[in-house]
Design a protein around this ligand. Sequence first.
Ligand code: G6P
Length: 489
Amino acid sequence: MSSEEGAPLVLVSNRGPVTFQEGGEVKRGGGGLVTALTGLASHRDAIWIASAMTEQDIAVTEEHGGRPFVAELPDGGSYKVRLVASDPGAYDRFYNVFANPMLWFIQHYLWDLSNAPDIRREEVEAFEFGYNVVNEDLARAVLEEIEGQSEPVVMVHDYHLYTLPGLIRRERPDVFLHHFVHIPWTQPDAWRVLPTKIRTEIYEGLLANDIVGFHTRSYRRNFLQCCRDLMDLEVDFERGVVHCPDGHEVWVRAYPLPIDAEQTRAVAKRPRTAEFEGELLRRRREHLILRVDRADLSKNVLRGFTAFDVFLEQHPEFRERVTFVAQLMPSRTDVPEYAEYLERIEAVVAVVNHRHGTPDWMPIHLKLRDDLEEAVAAYKNYDLLLVNAMFDGMNLVAKEGPLVNERAGVSILSENTGAHEELGEFALSVNPFDIQELADSIHAALTMPREERERRLDGLKRIVTQRNPGDWIDDQLADIRKKERANDG
Ligand code: G6P
């Protein structure tokens, strides 16, 4: 069985571990998926196939003639990657019209029926001539890499690549396909926004896998429900199995992603982190509230600021004693909803700062950038970490923050994050839509006795250090071997 033999693991995702900047600088890819897989790819023999996402990525891909190469990061990481440059028009439709606005929105319940998207020719074509083209391009690269291997294992990642498994299975019936979905799986009705034909292609693609993995048991349940209700398939909720009409079985599993504690602690010790800490400490007030996120609608940034506004209104004794640092990384800015969201964030911050600020106190510090050391410096020093996503696959900030926090900081955690299944007991759980509850929780956190804060933080630290990404991948490989045996038998 090839999962036990020496062949390299084949990983495929849209975003890869590295991206190239103007001037040739190499940068680590952002987001939870890359964080999850980099540990794996640097510790095991793996080849990581991903899209060339920027013009510079495309130039580098061409330099390498589309073949695999080793990419070195300035912080020492090194990965064997193969970047695939799709036609730019197709890629634009794939990323900016279908995968992000459409699938991401469906899978985070970002629409209600009153603002659901119009499906017109543009959206349908974005699927046919965008989403499917990029999936075909990446599938071709995978097929080339596994050529000559018997029963190879391919690990597919996330919502960008739902139709890819079907394409690979068609050419290579012997392949073992494991697909991990890093974002929530929503209930059946959320999927009814998509035209039946597109929805069916997506589910058929996914059901070509041997195993489909999610962060939580509730996403796993939703997926099984979708297969039953939307695809009319027989499912076994207890065993987590979908029975396809041709006899093929798909195992559906939950593998909650842990953080790489060692790596985060190492970042906490870097001199550059200390520099940011110095700056933060010079400017800090009695209490520091922190949030670190991509500037994504699902993260619920606006309600977070509104709750802070309500808190200051209802507890004026906290004015000038608390600062809210929001480090937000601009994301997917070619998607109109995201660009508009950034503008709304800036507008709300201006309103709150104007309403409560004084000549020497600015309530909210908005930092629109992605800087790991700056974020970790703030993790060490917050009194309150705010994670109030409307829906979030896992949320690694909720795990990394407490790991390195040194101030008995309290976590406010949305009950709709994947991380809540593990951390809920020691965080202040909130319904992310309830602004008053959030404002009350801010007050509760900032007035909580030290002993109670320490008890909660210790609990969080204990949970987030119990497992590491190596365990995460080992669990998946163990299931792969089990299922390979079941397939053979
Ligand atoms: C989430 C998704 C990833 C994605 C990341 C960053 O974590 O699950 O697949 O890579 O966001 O988003 P981006 O669009 O910049 O790749």
